[in-house]
Ligand binder design. Structure first.
Ligand SMILES: [Zn+2]
Length: 431
């Protein structure tokens, strides 16, 4: 790989500093206000035309938005953490994330690269054995932490922009860089897909750090076993009444929800693949002597295929309706997020297997790694594959002393340079 003219050690130091900065100010899905502003600043310094705010979203397709109060609190918080109030103005109400196009000097395909930018709702460890705590870049935001490595994804995404801007004379076609909000809970990709950003895209690459406990230098060219999943909140509405004086006038929403919960857990297994349903929370009622008028539960379904997940979701809807009816209640379902399963395209994976061994820092390239998680890159993959484009998700391995989404999760910063070089090399050389 020819990176002549690029001071790679300096770039790696810069990416590590950026990763630490993003780590220090983590923001959860749809509240990535400071994060997005910082990304825009970095991209604009490269002379890139960056798009952001309402213009890049389809408002109704932003799933699982936090409450208006939370959006506003986080937005206010961001004002104290950036001078770019002009940028924040465009994102108010949860219009986070951004995208930029890098035009090559020669003609060729359109390659999209997607990184996710949100954090987890996890409290970060304070222990001195936890490097961010020991070295002064522990989260400043209570209850928020980059515990899935998306801070590394942002930094290496900026690294890709820096590498490609320096190599523009070699770039054939154009590269679309997507900094996607709200990946956690599978909430953010739908809005980007619905906005049509991937309409003309020939190739799509995603990347996740970790996920494989390996020495640094191991990269997987694709993932297998993305689970399709849907998340939704079901609210049962009944009628409150005095539990002793007029119980017959009440309609018991708690009874309807409890019945539904038990029935949901009984959705049958499938012969053709994994099928999972979980009722994660159930909150109901207002007082001991009142017939409960309201119950809310958080439900998720998962399936080995998009069809199995759709089956579980449809069964869940039927069961909730029936249980509501049984108790004279009504129910409404609010969709909070979803992703289908997806298959990485074999011809593209073959190209990745050919290109990556020449990338500095890459020692072993695996054809694929098995996942058993949902990742909403699948929504973007489907958008690209729908018009004949190809897509794959890479995994850049590193040692994992603690699991993802844990308060002492940490990133081996060597993956920053490796990840950035891999994605830049694919943008330059995949056809
Ligand atoms: Zn993640």
């Amino acid at each position: 790989m020819d990176w002549s003219g690029i001071d790679m050690p300096a770039l790696e130091r810069e990416l590590a500093a950026l990763r630490r900065e993003f780590h220090r100010y983590p923001e959860s899905g749809w509240t990535e206000f400071r994060t997005t502003a910082r990304i825009i600043e970095e991209l604009e310094q490269l002379g890139l035309d960056v798009r952001y705010g309402q213009a890049i979203h389809v408002p109704q397709q932003r799933y699982g938005l936090p409450s208006a109060e939370k959006l506003e609190d986080c937005w206010q918080r961001a004002h104290a953490e950036t001078k770019r109030h002009d940028l924040l103005e465009t994102m108010r109400g949860g219009y986070t994330g951004c995208l930029a196009v890098i035009e090559g000097e020669q003609s060729g395909p359109t390659v999209a690269i997607r990184v996710d930018i949100d954090c987890n709702e996890v409290e970060e460890d304070r222990d001195a054995a936890h490097r961010p705590a020991a070295e002064g870049f522990r989260s400043e935001h209570t209850g928020c932490m980059h515990a899935c490595g998306h801070d590394a994804h942002i930094a290496l995404g900026i690294g890709v922009a820096k590498l490609l801007c320096a190599q523009r004379h070699l770039l054939r076609g154009r590269v679309l860089l997507l900094f996607q909000p709200a990946e956690e809970g599978l909430r953010g990709a739908a809005s980007f897909a619905a906005a049509g950003h991937l309409q003309d895209c020939d190739r799509l690459f995603g990347l996740h750090v970790g996920l494989m406990d390996t020495p640094v230098g191991t990269v997987a060219a694709s993932c297998r076993g993305f689970l399709a999943s849907s998340k939704f909140d079901v609210t049962f509405h009944g009628v409150a009444a005095h539990a002793a004086l007029a119980p017959e006038q009440g309609r018991n929403a708690l009874a309807a929800a409890a019945t539904a919960a038990l029935q949901l857990l009984d959705i049958p297994a499938r012969a053709d693949g994994l099928c999972r349903v979980n009722v994660g929370t159930l909150h109901a009622g207002s007082g001991r002597n009142v017939i409960p008028a309201k119950a809310v539960m958080q439900v998720e379904t998962r399936g080995a295929t998009t069809e199995i997940n759709a089956f579980a979701e449809a069964e869940a809807a039927r069961i909730c309706e029936a249980a509501a009816k049984q108790y004279g209640c009504t129910c409404e379902t609010v969709f909070m997020g979803s992703a289908g399963t997806a298959v990485c395209d074999a011809p593209l994976v073959e190209q990745v297997l050919r290109i990556l061994p020449a990338v500095e820092g890459v020692e072993t390239v695996l054809p694929e790694v098995e996942l058993a998680i949902g990742e909403d890159i699948t929504t973007l993959m489907a958008a690209v594959q729908a018009h004949g484009g190809q897509a794959t998700e890479l995994v850049v391995g590193m040692p994992l002393p603690t699991p993802h989404h844990n308060g002492s999760f940490d990133v081996d910063e060597r993956v920053l340079g490796i990840g950035a070089r891999c994605l830049a090399a694919l943008a330059l050389h995949a056809r």
